[in-house]
Design a protein around this ligand. Sequence first.
Ligand code: NAI
Length: 252
Amino acid sequence: MIDFKNKSVIITGSARGIGKAIAMKFAELGGKIVITDMNEEATKATAEELKSKGFTAIAVPCNVTNDEQALALIETTQKEFGSVDVLINNAGITKDGLLMRMKKEQWDAVINVNLNGVFNTTQAAIKYMMKQKSGSIINLTSIVGIYGNAGQTNYSASKAGVIGFTKSCAMEFASRGIRVNAIAPGFIETDMTAAIPENIKEGMTKAIYLGRTGQPSDIANAAAFLASDAASYITGITLEVSGGGFKTGGGH
Ligand code: NAI
């Protein structure tokens, strides 16, 4: 039976979407939840929502691209909950465009949030996990980081970077009882994918082997498994949660 009783669980970008669904799942499983997002108001609102359901949660607004804020996030978690047990690096953005027309700012922004952000929070958290000799880190990558996708060179590069980072961290910290894994979602219905035009979405859905788009709860279930003792012999992997992927290849 999976449970996170007495465990602190930090989920970056958890004010909405997949992050929020992960937060809700871990709260249901007894975790002490740190809602953190760059959107300060939404961070507080989501934490309040959890508390109103009787769960333990705090709101710590943080932009993961800022290393001082990332450090403060981890220090606050330690202070409030007494340990840093689970870190889920979920915050991410897209700024799509064909490479020929991609602006340097589009490239930098995506690498900065999706890759540098993961570095910032992980480096801050690992210090505490090393001392505890326990911990679990889950990084949100994407099937695009594995297979690529036209129009997403910046995003796929950032997500491929996350996979490499995950594998190397797993090797560096295994002897300290810290596991590091990644989840590669396919097409998941959130605000991020809401911007995709309806006709394209329809075509993409038809191309998914399991015949449906994914829900944030599909990712939350995978995260709960990977972070739990049920996965205690699993580290360094990238778990694809994508309905079998696209018959056409690629993805989002
Ligand atoms: P979303 O756009 O609905 O939510 C992302 C959250 O991250 C937002 O609340 C946003 O404020 C926050 N955020 C953005 N930049 C931040 C920063 N610098 N610091 C702190 N918070 C920041 O996105 P969604 O769909 O929930 O995605 C979550 C993760 O899953 C992302 O890493 C995304 O790349 C990944 N993913 C999503 C897929 C999908 O189909 N929705 C597919 C594959 C991966």
